[in-house]
Design a protein around this ligand. Structure first.
Ligand code: ADP
Ligand code: MG
Ligand code: ZN
Length: 594
């Protein structure tokens, strides 16, 4: 039945019942209630036309056709009196009128009416449910067959792919595993920062295994009516069970899978119901049924621990941000349908984009294509890729911001200070680009990029890093005998590094231990909580150590700047003229200035 016809039917029923409820009242209202003596008088004066006796209620019609009602005593002369006057007499059982009507109109109908309203409300909720139940027929069909994505479309997450191949094998040939008594995990949780390809990878699993893929996103549940989320979960499992082997994919599961009772403003009933239903379904299905539930989240820290228990999402795969090689491969995948000019080397682009996720890299190539199209080019050149990378990294170049000559000079000396120290220190990363064009919030920037991604950093590398960060300020000091606020971010980062040396890496006089405990999700790149596990005295000692590291580095930076002042000035001059120095230009600037 379609919704419109159904609601017409409902409201028809409401009106009908309302009428039925009030009709009896209406009927009795028409008859005039009169006293018994009045009734007798009316008989005497011969005004009554007909009378209906029902128990002690007497009703009837007068000759002028008006209706009346009276309570009568059952006195023996009544009938003879009536007969005498030739009045038509009807006798009814008391059930048919009087209290029977009262009973029906005042109790049964209201009950029926409210019962009906109740039923109506239930229907409403259920019709929403049935929308969920008809899920398999409606838009969210199983996506199998349509998925052309395979593992070849996902790059830079080789370890995750290795783990997932096993799942694919199982979905393809479950017998092989079952013969050996192997139990395959029911649930698999993909974790990783946004844009690392979780959704993509889940689809690739379905594509590889070529099985039905039922996909639903956590946010789908939350906007629904109460009870619908749970019904949807039930429905999706029912569907999947009919077509095994199959995959159920729950994207952004953190939307439903938060710690129960931990939501702001009290528990979120709907979410809890949905989560409980999910747990029930996952516990309920027979391990012999070949369904794998894959979930994705970028907030594993807020997931309800119940989800991670054995038999649920006990397999967890972390998707890291891609490394240098990974980035190059991802770039290759997304550059496939984009004409690249000869001067483009994706390896260089990959080197220039540490910390970029797959989504960022896709975005980068897209931006570059847009820039090239805007410039009416037939191919994407290095220039566009560089610009696009900067855009993705720090927001679009602010060409409109005006910098005074004086500011420009300060920024140039500041940036060259960083660059020169980078160049001269043994453990520093090579400088890739210096710019005095404002970008995002930064006024200028010096980009030093490692030749490879690093997983271990030595003490001397960190010291050099801090020295470079302080180089900008040092250069301002020696050149202008005055400092500016421009070094704010540098100082913050330098302090951070120095503090880490002391409290995390055990690289100070305080010895090889850590200070403060942290719960952290490394791939989210953020500390969740910090606990102080040392006393006041130690805190002072830490501050002291941090200060002495900074002081030593700062002194070193000033020394380097002072003994290379001529070179610094020359390069700053070139930078002020060209605004941006990179690649060959940068090399030349360093060479000619020596
Ligand atoms: P997530 O679900 O982790 O937030 P998505 O899977 O939605 O990220 O990724 C967004 C897009 O970024 C994908 O559609 C894909 O084009 C690109 N992408 C992300 N990671 C990768 C990767 N490892 N390899 C290739 N493309 C990727
Ligand atoms: Mg996603
Ligand atoms: Zn700086």
């Amino acid at each position: 039945m379609n919704i419109n016809r159904r609601s017409v039917f409902f409201w028809g029923m409401v009106i009908l019942l309302g009428v039925m409820m009030f009709a009896p009242l209406y009927k009795t209202d028409q008859a005039k209630e009169i006293s018994f003596s009045n009734f007798l008088n009316l008989i005497e004066t011969g005004k009554v036309k007909e009378v209906t006796i029902a128990g002690e209620i007497v009703s009837g019609k007068l000759k002028d056709n008006s209706l009346f009602r009276a309570r009568a005593l059952n006195y023996p002369n009544l009938v003879p009196n009536l007969r005498e006057k030739g009045i038509d007499i009807k006798v009814e059982s008391p059930m048919e009128s009087g209290w029977a009507w009262a009973l029906i109109s005042q109790i049964v109908f209201p009950l029926a009416f409210f019962g009906f309203l109740w039923w109506l409300l239930l229907r409403q909720a259920q019709s929403a449910n049935s929308a969920a139940l008809s899920f398999g027929k409606s838009p969210a069909k199983p996506l199998s067959g349509k998925i052309k994505i395979t593992f070849a479309d996902v790059a830079g997450v080789d370890e995750a792919k290795e783990e997932l191949k096993e799942i694919v094998d199982f979905l393809k040939t479950p017998e092989k595993f079952q013969k050996l008594g192997a139990k395959i995990p029911k649930g698999l949780l993909l974790m990783g920062a946004p844009g690392t390809g979780k959704t993509l990878l889940a689809r690739a699993i379905a594509g590889e295994a070529d099985v039905p893929f039922f996909s639903i996103s956590g946010s789908d549940f939350v906007e629904m009516f109460v009870g619908v989320g749970a019904a949807r979960v039930r429905a999706i499992f029912q569907q999947a069970k009919k077509q095994t082997p199959s995959i159920i994919f729950m994207d952004e599961i953190d939307a439903v899978g938060r710690h129960r009772g931990a939501g702001l403003g009290g528990g979120h009933d709907e979410r809890e119901q949905t989560l409980n239903q999910l747990l029930v379904e996952m516990d309920g299905f027979d391990p012999k049924i070949n369904i794998i539930v894959i979930a994705a989240t970028n907030r594993p820290d807020i997931l309800d621990p119940a989800l991670l228990r054995p038999g649920r999402f006990d397999r967890q795969v972390v998707l890291d941000k891609p490394d240098l090689r990974g980035r190059e491969e991802i770039l290759k995948i997304h550059a496939k349908n984009k004409p690249l000019a000869k001067d483009v080397d994706l390896k260089v682009v990959a080197r220039r984009t540490p910390g970029f996720t797959g989504a960022d890299l896709e975005n980068l190539l897209n931006e570059a294509a847009i820039l090239a199209a805007r410039a009416d080019k037939k191919e994407i050149f290095k220039e566009e890729l560089e610009e696009a990378a900067d855009r993705v990294m720090a927001g679009p170049e602010k060409k409109s911001r005006v910098i005074s000559e004086k500011e420009k000079k300060i920024i140039a000396f500041h940036e060259v200070g960083h660059a020169l120290i980078s160049k001269l220190l043994p453990n520093a990363d090579p400088v890739h680009k210096i710019s005095i064009l404002p970008r995002g919030l930064a006024l200028g920037y010096t980009l030093a990029l490692p030749l490879q991604d690093k997983y271990l950093v030595s003490k001397s590398e960190i010291i050099d890093q801090i020295t470079i960060l302080l180089g900008g300020r040092a250069s301002e000091e020696t050149e202008f005998s005055e400092v500016t606020s421009g070094a704010h971010n540098d100082l913050e980062r330098a302090t951070e590094l120095a503090k880490k040396m002391v409290t995390e890496y055990g690289m100070s006089k305080l010895g090889a231990r850590t200070f403060g405990r942290k719960d952290r999700q490394i791939f989210l790149g953020r500390d969740i909580a910090e606990m102080k596990d040392y006393g006041e005295q130690t805190a002072d000692a830490i501050d002291c150590e941090v200060k002495s590291i900074i002081d030593v580095c700062h002194k070193k930076a000033v020394e380097i700047i002072n003994s290379n002042k001529a070179q610094l000035e020359k390069i700053a001059g070139i930078l002020m003229e060209k605004e941006t120095l990179e690649g060959e230009d940068l090399e030349n600037a360093f060479k000619t200035s020596q």
